[in-house]
Design a protein around this ligand. Sequence first.
Ligand SMILES: [Ca+2]
Ligand SMILES: [Ca+2]
Length: 156
Amino acid sequence: MQFLFLILVLTISISEGGKLGRLQSVAVSGQVKCEGKPAVGVRVDLMESDNNMEESGIIDDDDFMSYAVTDELGNFNMSGSEVEISGIEPYVNIFHKCDDGLSPCQRVLRINIPKSATIWGDTPTELFSIGIFELAGKVIGERRSCAYRNLTSTSI
Ligand SMILES: [Ca+2]
Ligand SMILES: [Ca+2]
């Protein structure tokens, strides 16, 4: 009987997008500034970590869920979902050139989103806000990336 139950659970789980686990989702918003002015045209990726203690790609590539580009006020707002057995661990990567001079590529600022902001299912019921974030100051552990360097000309 327990075995049959297990088969049933696995069948239901696998049917959701071909990945093992259950669909979960998250919604996030925020406003980014550069030296007090709205940071316009900044790319923000909503990711799901599969490398809790390491950089993405060491164990497995983190999952890309969604992205947004900040509007004329520096605001972004997006939601995303991912199938996973355990709870999802969402974060945003903000790719920007604020206070970066002529350095190649872009600064990448990572902000983790708390698990309390995630929900089972495909429709987030609450919006997690990172608030207003000033990009100029360096944050310990920030990286650089050339993934979206073509956006640089239209970004700050
Ligand atoms: Ca994960
Ligand atoms: Ca994952």
